[in-house]
Design a protein around this ligand. Sequence first.
Ligand code: SIN
Length: 490
Amino acid sequence: MSLVLTDRSLVRSHAYVGGEWCEAEGGTTVPVEDPANGQVIGSVPEMHGIDAVRAIAAAAAALPTWREETAASRGDSLRKWSAAVTAATDDLAAIVTAESGKPLAEARGEVAYAASFLDWYAEEARRAYGEIIPPPQADKRLLVIRQPIGVAAAITPWNFPAAMILRKVAAALAAGCSMVVKPAPQTPLTALALATLAERAGIPAGVLNVVTGSLASSRDIGTAICESPVVRALSFTGSTAAGIALAQQAAATVKKVSLELGGNASLVVFDDADLEAAVAGAVAAKFRNAGQTCVCANRIYVQAGIHDAFVEHFTAAVRGLKVGPGAERDVTVGPLIDSRAVAKVTGLVDEALASGGVANLGGKPDGRGGHFFEPTVLTRVNASMRLAREEIFGPVAPVFRFETEAEALELANATEFGLASYFFSRDVSRCFRVAEQLECGMVGINTGMLSTAVAPFGGVKASGIGREGGRYGMDEYQELKYLCFGEIHS
Ligand code: SIN
């Protein structure tokens, strides 16, 4: 095991159910590997549906006491948890890097991003306001109150092993729900470290439960969660195909489902853009986490007048990125998560090159082997290539040329997805015009980084339903109840 931490007790080999550190009912375990070198860095219980059912029961048992706490008291608990997470930043970042592959600087950034959801929802808990509605009859008074929906579940991805958990858990716990978390099979150690810190921060037993599994057993856990009538809300971040399957299963118990699914973000650079800002924004939006984020720029459209200058400066900037294991000094592009990811990205690039695309930089798996892929800039690409339609999820930047604003909008919107879009322009009227016409849930204008705990994150079309973060994020874990008082006499 290569993980060197100040606090070794953060690395767990047991799941967390009802306040107990436990094994899977079936007794089997599954190894966790470092994608940079394939080394086994730990192992966790290989749980199945039966274990998920146990965790759901633990969450249900903890619910009445937790939801009866005052919002201020729940907020205090979240704040203590946030302080514990922040104090453990270096260790958590080392775990995130070891199991997801991302560079240490990005992992530290992710821990801060993750903790910011605890801080934000610690405050928002106290703002779960209701409403008083002017009554249609003089002897009536109408009120709307917000109540926790009940037991909630989160199924989270490997690309942000800390932030995607706390984005969901913080909102759910603030609302007064208890939760069962099923982390990605590739990255359970971060989830268990977060649960360790939650336990130390005094989050009561059963309020947070973490059920670990293998790739093979994950489907069984997902089914148990979806089919349970006790689970009233499910929040999932992952692929569109998996999200649709979960939503179909969850429909039988009429759960509230929020889905943050695949993206195919466009990044448009207009002739009037600040070239330097556009290049920096495109590098940030494309190469964060080696291109493995749902909001990564997938298609870069550059207007004819600035195209060649953009390609020259962008290629130079990408050439400056350093590929290597995330734990190595100065590395900015880590490995892809597994060999399937490398095969997929290679296939997309090969198809583009075979159809007339040109690799200005990179274009193949990195010479060091393993899961590394060269930072790649492709030009002479077109809309019929697969990489224009599919989420690349790798460090590959295809740059398309366009002529007019109308054409850019048409190209940007020509996708089944609608998570994020970005564009660069110094014309204020154009900024509003384009932002309003882009079919997506989030727009970065003159920036390649839009994620923050204080704003609503989510998509339209095949990119999902629901919002996480900001003041809207708690809605996913609340029910509105309408109270109608009669016989009110003056
Ligand atoms: C994601 O890739 O799903 C999340 C990225 C973010 O929160 O910025």
